[in-house]
Design a protein around this ligand. Structure first.
Ligand code: FES
Length: 111
């Protein structure tokens, strides 16, 4: 499977996160990538509460203890592995997933 290279897995803390902007069909898609061990998950950087970007500082998406993705606007918490909101004003809703591929240590956004 091919894709657009985003970063190397080793560029991300474990657990850790980073933000990217993809260009798809003339549009920009803001993404966040979360690493836990040898796994990565991608999500559209848009909170299901009001659609705001989640990061409080560019590329910083995780709670202080790094156990959840944290929305900086109103504090919603999302599970790392599937983006489900488990606390905050959008509890029960989920981030929109974005497919990633890990190939030879490189994180790719699926085409
Ligand atoms: S915009 Fe994310 S919790 Fe309100």
């Amino acid at each position: 499977m091919s894709g657009q290279p985003l970063c190397r897995l080793d560029d991300l803390d474990d657990p850790g996160s980073a933000g990217f902007v993809l260009r798809r069909g003339g549009q920009q898609v803001p993404l966040l990538v979360v690493r836990v061990g040898g796994r990565v998950n991608g999500y559209v950087n848009s909170c299901p509460h009001i659609g705001a970007p989640l990061d409080w500082t560019s590329g910083q998406f995780l709670s202080r203890d790094k156990s959840h993705i944290l929305c900086a606007v109103h504090g919603a918490l999302f599970r790392l592995h599937d983006g489900l909101c488990v606390g905050g004003p959008c509890a029960g809703k989920a981030l929109i997933g974005y497919p990633l591929v890990l190939k030879d240590g490189v994180v790719l956004a699926a085409e």
